[in-house]
Design a protein around this ligand. Structure first.
Ligand SMILES: Nc1ncnc2c1ncn2[C@@H]1O[C@H](COP(=O)(O)OP(=O)(O)O)[C@@H](O)[C@H]1O
Ligand SMILES: [Mg+2]
Length: 365
């Protein structure tokens, strides 16, 4: 089978790159965005934690929760590359602004100490805010293709569950306890409140209970809109215009997680467009000592070291071959791209283009 990036993304306007941490999600997202801009599309890449030099190459040094244009020479006609670094906190603030009934209600929330903690640290908020931003840009309709890099979660699946977790949090018991007039908040506000509150104030250095009650009461006004929004955001994941790419390393936990993620996407009826196995070890060196190599190196000691290094690489290459073959066997019908371990980090536009060129190569199968 031969599979190309163009074929995989035909008819799609959203590409979500997912996978465990450190496997090359950010690199792949940026490479795909450049490749598709080269083909004449107006593309925005939403990235999360680009390495410093990649961020510089994409002009991401400046802050701002909007895509900005990347100067890119040699793109096809109509092609444009836009990039932004996701800022979960700023996106959360924007959502609050959208649903707060008025400025006073908005300020009551964003100035609240609890909100400031929660919006920065709510489990899944970074994942949720990434899809939220994607939803907003998609609704704006300005781009032909949006490429989303996903947060470096402990578990790549957190990302898929993020909208539901936010909805559950909103509808869940924690909030209800505080909002219901007969709830926990009301009860502790009665007898014993003074003592509890004084204790908490001493422990936390602030009036925690007052902050909590205030926060939850203010959030209550937003729930309806926010929940509807979370549902719409979630439905974007299953939209037929959305393609998922799973990025993985060639061995160990990461390739196991790739298999797990593939199954999870299938059971959630989300479209897995391809799996990218990144950093695959390959060796083309000679298997045994050959006269020409000894002659070329001209030093028996050096020859020994070269052969030893090559033998090590050969072991890695065999291991990678076996695990990629297993993944292929487990994933019938899913195109699998293999990107070799490159000799240098991928951090400039040319490097990304070269990386993307490997995604369009025909695949052995
Ligand atoms: N095929 C490759 N060969 C060599 N280095 C790579 C390759 N792919 C990615 N890298 C480097 O690995 C590092 C991590 O990649 P990154 O895309 O940031 O991973 P993630 O976003 O999944 O955490 C970066 O420094 C990147 O340049
Ligand atoms: Mg990353």
């Amino acid at each position: 089978m031969s599979a190309h990036l163009d074929v995989i993304l035909a008819g799609r306007s959203i590409c979500i790159c997912t996978g465990s941490g450190g496997v090359g999600k950010t690199t792949t997202s940026a490479a795909i965005a450049i490749a598709m801009a080269d083909r004449g599309l107006k593309v925005a890449v939403l990235t999360i934690d680009p390495a410093r030099r990649l961020a510089d190459s994409l002009g991401l040094a400046e802050l701002g929760n909007r895509p900005s244009r990347v100067e890119l020479a040699g793109v096809g006609e109509g092609g444009e590359l836009w990039a932004m670094m996701l800022d979960a906190k700023a996106t959360f603030d924007e959502v609050i602004e959208r649903y707060a009934p008025d400025e006073e209600a908005r300020l009551r929330i964003v100035d609240n100490r609890i909100y400031q903690q929660i919006s920065g640290a709510l489990a899944g908020s970074q994942e949720y805010m990434a899809i939220e931003k994607l939803y907003e840009l998609d609704a704006g309709g300005e781009y032909d293709l949006l490429v989303l890099d996903t947060p470096p979660s402990r578990n790549a699946l957190d990302f898929l569950d993020a909208p539901r977790r936010v909805t559950q949090f909103i509808e869940g018991r924690t909030l209800r306890l505080f909002i219901r007039p007969t709830g926990f908040g009301a009860r502790i506000a009665g007898r014993g409140f003074g003592a509890v509150s004084a204790l908490l104030r001493r422990v936390t250095g602030g009036d925690l209970i007052a902050d909590l009650s205030e926060f939850f009461a203010a959030m209550a006004a937003l729930f309806g809109g926010f929940r509807d929004r979370a549902e719409r955001v979630e439905s974007l994941l299953g939209d037929e215009r959305t393609a998922f790419l799973v990025i993985t390393g060639p061995a160990g936990e990461s390739i196991e997680e790739a298999g797990y993620l593939r199954a999870k996407l299938a059971s959630a009826e989300l479209a897995l467009a391809a799996i990218v196995v990144n950093r695959v070890h390959r060796t083309a060196g000679p298997e045994t000592e050959e006269p020409w190599l000894a002659e070329a190196l001209g030093d028996p000691d050096l020859l020994d070291r070269v052969l030893a290094a090559d033998a090590g690489l050969r072991v890695l290459a065999r291991r990678d071959r076996a695990s990629v073959d297993r993944l292929r066997a487990e994933s019938p019908g899913v195109p699998i791209f293999e990107i070799p371990e490159l000799s240098e980090e991928v951090h400039d536009l040319d490097g990304l283009r070269a990386f993307a060129a490997l995604l369009v190569a025909p695949q052995p199968d």
